[in-house]
Design a protein around this ligand. Structure first.
Ligand code: NDP
Length: 284
């Protein structure tokens, strides 16, 4: 069997078209959706992510505001900016690009953002709502994965799903979302004793590990759906995922490539959350 690719670029284009439509309708009502992005320090990967987020805004008619601080910025300065943006009714989404320099407590920074403007879905209040199955801003990467699974009509109810990784931004919310949809979910991590035992029985496996080509074809159940969240840079400069694509695609039925899979969907769902926030503000 050779797996079919789930094309994150094509799906992103389609979803972004719908977002642009909603943004245009709001703008016509006098509420242009607006996203504020805060970048602290000169981490090159973070700068690329921020550039892509700003470009995504521009292409969908969302206003973007970018605030950059040097790596030695005082946390108070950033907290003051967040407070100002929280109070500004023309701003609908606020995101602070992670990672932050060491003088910052990232949890405190994320919790300074008003939950109503937390379009990354990282605030503890939004994460709590997600856990309880209530309306919140869904974290963008796992939400993008759900969108891909739904578009491909993957049966989630009753499926055995294995998530490798338990981070607050990917692994944990991914597991919660799959659970909410009726999957039987196993979460694996660095302390898991026999990883392949778990992955080999998964109908859906999501790799969010941060290790290049970590999940190989021999660890996958024939016909499984393989979602690769990883973004790793190889010594030759090329990007690759956490899945060994060449061996995995010989066993899986559906697979996301890297690049061109989950990555574009993450930014798309950030734009979706921003428009959603503006719609809520327009109705309030
Ligand atoms: P983290 O480093 O926060 O988490 C990695 C997880 O993998 C941890 O839970 C860790 O376990 C687990 N892990 C590490 N080594 C092993 C191992 N040998 N066996 C099993 N589990 C292991 O990473 P993130 O969740 O932030 O990101 C994961 C990947 O996804 C990265 O490559 C990142 O670049 C990418 N990413 C991609 C996005 C996109 O838009 N496509 C968005 C966000 C992230 P433990 O908890 O025990 O340490």
């Amino acid at each position: 069997m050779t797996a079919r690719n789930i094309d994150g670029v094509a799906l992103s284009a389609q979803v972004r078209g719908e977002i642009a439509q909603r943004a245009a309708e709001l703008t016509a009502q006098g509420v242009q959706p607006s996203l504020a992005v805060i970048l602290v320090g000169g981490d090159p990967a973070s700068a690329v992510y921020v550039r892509n987020k700003v470009a995504g805004c521009e292409k969908t008619g969302i206003r973007s505001l970018k605030f950059e601080y040097p790596a030695d910025a005082a946390p108070e300065e950033v907290f003051a900016k967040i407070a100002e943006l929280n109070a500004d009714p023309s701003v609908h989404g606020i995101l602070v690009q992670l990672p932050l320099p060491k003088q910052f407590d990232a949890d405190k920074v994320l919790e300074a953002i008003s939950p109503e403007k937390d379009v990354d879905g990282f605030h503890a209040e939004n994460f709590g709502l997600l856990l309880q199955g209530r309306k919140s801003f869904y974290p963008c990467t796992p939400w993008g994965v759900m969108k891909m699974l739904d578009t491909e009509k993957v049966e989630i109810k009753g499926a055995e799903a294995v998530v490798i990784g338990r981070s607050n931004i990917v692994g944990k919310p991914m597991a919660v979302m799959l659970l909410a949809r009726g999957a039987t979910v196993t979460v694996c991590h660095s302390q898991t004793k026999d990883l392949a035992f778990h992955t080999k029985r998964a109908d859906i496996v999501v790799a969010a590990v941060g290790r290049a080509k970590f999940l190989t074809g021999d660890m996958i159940k024939p016909g499984a759906v393989v979602i690769d969240v990883g973004i790793n840079r190889l010594p030759d400069g090329k990007l690759c995922g956490d899945v060994d694509f060449d061996s995995a695609r010989e066993v899986a039925s559906l697979i996301t490539p890297v690049p061109g899979g989950v990555g574009p969907m993450t930014i798309t769902m950030l734009l979706a959350n921003t428009v959603e926030s503006a719609e809520r503000a327009a109705k309030a």
